[in-house]
Design a protein around this ligand. Structure first.
Ligand SMILES: NC(=O)c1ccc[n+]([C@@H]2O[C@H](COP(=O)([O-])OP(=O)(O)OC[C@H]3O[C@@H](n4cnc5c(N)ncnc54)[C@H](O)[C@@H]3O)[C@@H](O)[C@H]2O)c1
Ligand SMILES: O=C(O)[C@H](O)CO
Length: 325
């Protein structure tokens, strides 16, 4: 008998076929108020879960007593309660690596758009407000030759720093849980404490995971440490920063501008004060959202689930160390 697996996100047909070949699939195109009861009912027999963008609390997971493996179509694992899964000896599989370059492209787009006021000025043109040559009040700031501070120099942080170093002649400095010797050797990056990084960077880019240690890592105190000319970029998770404090910092001129791909609440409500600020560039969580990369992530997640349900968690298991397997 095929193992029962819940697929809770639509995926391309060829990848769906690979799942169907192996498992008895119950499909939900995202979980919402209308299908939540059916999803909960399906959890009772599920041995595997695969999908993304749904908060899998321990409360929900406790309704899946037969669960053997979960596979998230993302590198971030914060929507799952990892400690709870570990207690139940359930591996959580994720998709590191395949999205590094695409996500770094997105983060660099945010850097360029904020520095050169691209969205604000493009809107001015579209709305017929371009009536004379752009003067000093609308000038941007250079990116090339500036100092880029990266908080979280992991896989994606490195790919962003690589663009800054080779493409824009930027000075790279970083704070991380430990030194990244590749970044130091390849990109001449300097390892410094977070306070020094905040005080001396022209661009501060956050690329850590969301964990209890990084929640609200950047708040009013940290924005106050940054240069008035600093541009703040967040591509990690919304809860890594204090969003209300960022709004204050942008309104008061504590910092110059912000580029954000992630928010405390997603989708960001149109009523958010961020939506009123010309000096905030806002993307709808599109770090990895290209056709090529999203397919690679789905393929990786399908492979991960097949492997994990066959007892192989050697690749891409987020809680492998904790499971001692
Ligand atoms: N915006 C998007 O679409 C998008 C896309 C991919 C990943 N992400 C987010 O980016 C995160 C990072 O992905 P990755 O593959 O580079 O992970 P990674 O594990 O390779 O890198 C994360 C780095 O953060 C560092 N770190 C952890 N806590 C820290 C702290 N308190 N201070 C400083 N550094 C700290 C770690 O040492 C590590 O080097 C993901 O967990 C996810 O949340 C977002
Ligand atoms: O963590 C990730 O992979 C991205 O945020 C896409 O969900």
């Amino acid at each position: 008998m095929k193992k029962k697996v819940i697929l809770y996100r639509d995926i391309p047909a060829q990848e769906r076929q690979r799942l169907d070949n192996q498992f008895d699939i119950t499909f939900f195109n995202g979980i919402n108020e209308e299908n939540k009861d059916a999803f909960i009912a399906a959890l009772a027999d599920a041995e595997g879960l695969i999908g993304t963008s749904t908060n899998m609390s321990s409360e929900l997971l406790s309704l899946a007593p037969k669960l053997k493996a979960a596979s998230t179509i993302s590198v971030g694992t914060d929507l799952y309660d990892l400690n709870y899964l570990t207690e139940r000896s359930i591996p959580l599989m994720h998709t590191p690596g395949v999205l590094n370059e695409t996500t770094a492209d997105t983060l660099f787009t945010l850097i360029m758009c904020t520095a050169r006021r691209a969205v604000e000025l493009s809107t001015m043109v579209r709305e017929g407000r371009w009536t004379s040559n752009v003067g000093e009040a609308l000038y941007g700031t250079d990116v090339h030759g500036k100092t880029l501070g990266i908080i979280g120099m992991g896989r994606i942080g490195y790919a962003i720093a690589k663009r800054g170093h080779f493409g824009f002649d930027m000075k790279i400095q970083y704070s991380n849980r430990s030194r990244n010797l590749d970044a130091e050797k390849d990109l001449n990056a300097t390892y410094i404490d977070i306070e020094s990084l905040l005080k001396t960077s022209d661009f501060v880019c956050v690329m850590t995971p969301l964990t209890p240690q990084t929640e609200r890592l950047i708040g009013a105190k940290e924005f106050a440490m940054m240069k008035e000319s600093a541009i703040f970029i967040n591509g990690s998770r919304g809860k890594v920063i204090d969003e209300a404090a960022l709004v204050e910092a942008l309104i008061n001129g504590t910092i110059r501008a912000a580029g954000l791909d992630v928010f405390e609440v997603e989708p960001l409500p149109a009523s958010s004060p961020l939506c009123k600020l010309d000096n905030a560039v806002l993307f709808p969580h599109i770090g990895s959202a290209t056709t090529e990369t999203r397919l690679k992530m789905v393929t990786c997640a399908v492979d991960n689930l097949i492997n994990a349900l066959n007892g192989d968690i050697s690749q891409n298991c987020a809680n492998k160390k904790q499971l001692n397997r």
